[in-house]
Design a protein around this ligand. Structure first.
Ligand code: FES
Length: 150
């Protein structure tokens, strides 16, 4: 199977059966993201425990790429610290915008690299990631330790 076919299958699968889709009771953070290009919105809700993302869910109406990206993202960041999740945000951002960016060790998230060929869709794929970054940056440090400056 060609790599591009594999990536397309991952995106289709996560759009058809989005993981971590729905509400989250007693969330510690709830942040809405908005794509001004199409008007689509996405809400992320997170729970933290022992300095990590213990649970994360998303809701909203979006295109296949934004739904698949949010689904892949929620799987990837569960259990991560704020610093780890922000690091992943940086890597995915590079993957979406820089042709030379490597997808090594990104696992299924590598499927998002296919979006690079469609510049108009980059905002679709990055919507949930920007929403996550703003949720993490605005979360009190008693729930998540401050970002490491190492
Ligand atoms: Fe709206 Fe993709 S078209 S998020």
């Amino acid at each position: 199977m060609e790599l591009n076919d594999l990536y397309r299958d991952v995106i289709l699968d996560h759009n058809r059966r989005p993981r971590n889709f729905g509400g989250l009771e007693a969330a510690d953070a709830s942040v809405e993201g908005f794509n001004p290009l199409c008007g689509d919105r996405l809400t992320l809700r997170l729970k933290f425990s022992t300095g990590k993302i213990a649970d994360i869910k998303f809701e909203g109406q979006g295109c296949a790429i934004s739904t698949a990206s949010a689904s892949l993202m929620t799987e990837a960041v569960k259990g991560k610290t704020r610093a780890e999740a922000l690091q992943l945000f940086d890597r995915v951002h590079r993957l979406l915008t820089d042709d030379g960016a490597s997808a090594d060790e990104l696992g299924k998230l590598a499927a998002l690299s296919g979006v690079r060929e469609f510049p108009a869709r980059v905002k679709c794929a990055s919507l949930c990631w920007h929403t996550l970054a703003s949720a993490l940056k605005s979360t009190d440090s008693h729930l998540l330790p401050a970002v490491s400056t190492e």
